[in-house]
Design a protein around this ligand. Sequence first.
Ligand SMILES: [Zn+2]
Length: 198
Amino acid sequence: MSKKKIVFKVPVVRVQFDGMRFPKKCPVCGKEATMNSRISFATKGIQRASPILTSYPTSGVSHTSPSSIFVPRSLLLYVCDEHYRSESGDTNYKVICFVINVVLAAASVFVGLQVANHLWVGTPVDISTLSVLLAFPVSLLITAMVLRSGPLGSAVKVVGFDSGISNIWLQFTRDDYREAFMRENSEHAELVKWIMKS
Ligand SMILES: [Zn+2]
């Protein structure tokens, strides 16, 4: 498997998953945090943490067993009221989007067949019929936007993890938050400029 080096303009933090502590301030705005919020990350999806397998930048040892790492985890961190995002709320959105997409996908197949039939026999296709076909990609787009993590997901990103998820690589947008995080985890975190993607 070929490896790719990913270099970060702003350093990312490598930290041991166990014992990791988040500073009690909001990663989005830097204000004092008042509540907990959980951000999920899986090897696929939500966080847009693409399924990156990383090795220690220093050791050069690669951990390349993609099948063994599909363990979704989440991070519990502190946020202010304003940037609090509940996980149950997120889940509801996802379920609604999923149902809408399934219905539209089915409708698109049905309408697609009708359109094909119209074209086959040479009768004009109704605009409203075509609009159903258009609704599906629009709905997919909306879903993608909903599933995209909000401000919190942009402020804290999981950019990689090793095979046992004993270490994860985190990217923070706020410098002060990164510094606070480093202070909080001084024993088991380090700043890195690049990771190897397997
Ligand atoms: Zn905030």
